[in-house]
Design a protein around this ligand. Structure first.
Ligand code: G3P
Length: 204
């Protein structure tokens, strides 16, 4: 029990390290929590990062994904039960959303969820990532790419991993991720969502 609780706590603490906030601080960029969409995530780092936005966003994406990848790989390596692995994945994800180091005000969880999926099974992560990229490329809206690919994720976990606890983990992650995107969803409905590279959804 102590072992399991320790792994869950470690995953939560790692998840609590906000790459967006740290990258912007170190690279001298505006605080993503008070600029752009006010979200500490890779999309908003790209938005507020100016000429170095792409590099800063790539580092943010990598950092936030690793927070999901590492705990899942460690859990698998230690051969924990599917239930404990599911709890570890949820803890890493919730750490990103509610970080203990940043007043519990974190991001929306796309990169960390993708990392959890990659660590769970490379094919789940690769499929969700490919879906995200394809939709982002065609529509140029980060939130739609995230919502669509994460909606498909439980199906992919079912097809590829086929383990109830881990399908449950992905259902919870997807549900909470949609809840965290409610401002994006209302912006989309109002035609006011920001496109990648500038502009909003009402002027295509
Ligand atoms: O990962 C968050 C993304 O889906 C939307 O971010 O900054 O456009 O609200 P943002």
């Amino acid at each position: 029990l102590l072992f399991g609780t320790g792994l869950i706590a470690a995953a939560y603490l790692l998840g609590s390290i906000s790459s967006a906030i740290l990258v912007c601080r170190i690279m001298g960029l505006p605080d993503p929590r008070t600029h752009g969409s006010h979200n500490p995530g890779a999309t908003n780092v790209l938005r507020v990062g100016g000429t170095i936005g792409k590099v800063a966003a790539a580092i943010t994406l990598l950092g936030d994904s690793l927070k999901g990848v590492l705990p899942m790989l460690i859990g698998s390596y230690l051969q924990v039960t599917p239930q404990l692995l599911a709890a570890i994945g949820i803890a890493a994800f919730l750490g990103h959303l509610y970080p203990i180091f940043f007043n519990f005000k974190g991001g929306k969880g796309v990169a960390t969820a993708l990392g959890v999926q990659l660590g769970l099974h490379w094919a789940v992560g690769a499929s969700v990532g490919a879906l995200w990229l394809f939709i982002a490329k065609v529509l140029k809206i980060s939130s739609v790419a995230a919502l669509f690919s994460m909606a498909m994720a439980p199906v992919l976990v079912w097809l590829i991993v086929d383990e109830p606890a881990l399908i449950g983990m992905q259902l919870i992650i997807t549900g909470v991720l949609f809840w965290r995107h409610r401002s994006n969803i209302s912006n989309l409905l109002a035609g006011k969502e920001t496109r990648i590279g500038g502009g909003t959804t009402d002027k295509a």
